[in-house]
Design a binder for this molecule. Structure first.
Ligand code: R5P
Length: 312
């Protein structure tokens, strides 16, 4: 088949040969089983659940079902990361011992990326510690919208092959369907690349604010250059305390925006975050499925599957 015809038929996933698929297993923990199933379906691969056992002393044991030399993908998302890191590393070790020819981590949300330098004397660089730990046990790491602002590539943090995928195409699709006439707004300077790419794909206008962080749960945001309009969608990579989106919503409402929605890629949503954002006037809050949450409306599975498929 000619290359141009193949491209027109689009998903490269559809052209995957059954024999290669048979040698690929997507392994998931309980919490990531949903996304792993969607990924396995897209890759025409087998999905398998990792058994995670806690001993009375809270130590952890994992057991994987893996055939010799099949390629392994482990799906683990690192919201509330401390209790999830070790099981992921143990799974990688178990898969190598079971004979997997390559073990790839799909971590749709990668934690500890924001502490990417020593902000105050005496601190560690968590990004390096966490990233290198993963790179020591996994051959490759794939993630979505890693918070990389002082380094350009994920591999600089993990010291192994890997990619941080942009969520812009899937968020833009949602926007084009759900809010085609809205202004896309990034709350701060760091969100600018994401909102600009989304706006370009969706064909809508965009703006980004300037943020000053006061502490973990308080920020100040202003919008010096805001195009006129009474409908906006705030887009950010992460919502944790919800303070950033709430402050952006307050500033936008003060400038005359009446209808406000918010899209976040990683729905961390610490306690009280949703209420805070709603009180600030956000009508609809939706998220990508990188962290399982009732607000998940946008799936990143096609994005991740396409990236994996092109690198197998
Ligand atoms: C940081 O700059 C990120 O892009 C997010 O804006 C931030 O992590 C959101 O955190 P919070 O919801 O706690 O304001």
């Amino acid at each position: 088949m000619k290359e141009s015809t193949k491209r027109a038929m689009s998903p490269r996933i559809a052209t995957r040969s059954p024999s290669r698929s048979a040698s690929l297993v997507v392994h998931a923990f309980d919490e990531t089983a949903g996304l792993a199933k969607r990924l396995a379906r897209a890759l025409n691969a087998r999905a398998s659940l990792i058994l995670e056992h806690r001993f009375p002393d809270r130590e952890c044991l994992v057991r994987v079902a893996h055939r010799n030399d099949a390629e392994a993908i482990v799906v683990q998302s690192f919201n509330e990361p401390d209790g999830k890191l070790l099981p992921a590393l143990l799974a990688a070790d178990a898969l190598h011992r079971a004979g997997a020819r390559r073990v790839t981590l799909v971590a749709p949300y990668l934690a500890y990326m924001r502490q990417d330098r020593v902000f105050r004397p005496g601190e560690s660089v968590s990004q390096t510690v966490f990233g290198e730990c993963l790179g020591r046990w996994f051959d490759r790491v794939f993630t979505v919208e890693a918070h990389l602002h002082r380094i350009r590539r994920l591999s600089e943090a993990t010291k192994c092959r890997g990619r941080s995928l942009s969520a812009a195409p899937v968020v833009a699709q949602w926007l084009a369907r759900q809010a085609p006439d809205a202004l896309v707004v990034g709350p701060d300077e760091e969100s600018q690349t994401l909102v600009e790419s989304i706006a370009r794909v969706a064909g809508v206008r965009w703006a980004a604010g300037i943020k000053t962080r006061i502490d973990d749960r308080r920020v100040r945001i202003r919008f010096p250059d805001l195009p006129a309009g009474d409908r906006a969608v705030i887009v950010d990579d992460i919502a944790s305390s919800g303070a950033t989106i709430a402050a952006a919503a307050g500033a936008l409402r003060a400038r005359g925006v009446r209808t406000l929605d918010a899209v976040v890629v990683h729905a961390i949503f610490a306690r009280g975050a949703l209420e805070l954002m709603r009180r600030a006037g956000v009508r609809r809050i939706v998220s990508c499925d990188t962290i399982p949450h009732p607000t998940n409306r946008i799936s990143c599975a096609p994005l991740i599957a396409a990236a994996l498929e092109s690198s197998l």
